[in-house]
Ligand binder design. Structure first.
Ligand SMILES: [Cu+2]
Length: 173
């Protein structure tokens, strides 16, 4: 670098700063525009889904979660609604992703669970577990715990019903 270049350099920063300010304000406008489209329909917001706890489903089956299989996106929540009495919703040991939190709703009480980790989540109604009152939620497209969840042995009618729900998991399809 020559002496004259070094001497002229102090004049540069202000021009650089000015240019950066322009770049920054353009970027800020871009962020606002993206936020607007996110609030619209382009990017789906986190959704809340509802699962009813019923003595009898629309197909006549007794002691059911409706819908029993649900495919949601990470960040979505699911509210379990006690339409009929004596039901609850709780995760089944070994049937949720490693990093996910287990949940256990109280009998007759509504509970909302937010799902962040991708994978499958098996859950049950404790009083009617053996009668097959179970459900399955798929979060996202990756299902890292699918094999592990399918290897859990379930009691009574729960096993057969859960097998049908696993057929709806979209992994690799
Ligand atoms: Cu129940």
């Amino acid at each position: 670098m020559t002496e004259s270049a070094r001497q002229s350099s102090p004049a540069c920063p202000s021009r650089v700063r000015h240019a950066l300010r322009r770049v920054c304000s353009v970027a800020a406008v871009g962020v606002v525009a993206m936020a607007v489209s996110a609030a619209g329909t382009a990017v789906p917001a986190q959704e809340n889904h509802q699962v009813e706890m019923l003595n009898k489903g629309p197909d006549g089956e007794r002691m059911v979660f409706v819908p029993a299989y649900l495919h949601v996106q990470p960040g979505d929540s699911v509210t379990f609604v006690p339409v009929d009495r004596s039901h609850n919703s709780e995760s089944i040991l070994g049937m949720i992703p490693d990093a996910a939190d287990a949940w256990k709703g109280k009998i007759n009480e509504e509970i909302t669970v937010t799902f962040e980790e991708e994978g499958v989540y098996g859950y049950k109604c404790l009083p009617h577990y053996g009668l097959g009152m179970i459900g399955l939620i798929q979060v996202g497209e990756e299902t890292p715990n699918l094999d592990e969840a399918q290897n859990v042995r379930l009691p009574g009618r729960a096993a057969g019903r859960m097998a049908l729900l696993f057929e709806q998991v979209t992994a690799g399809k």
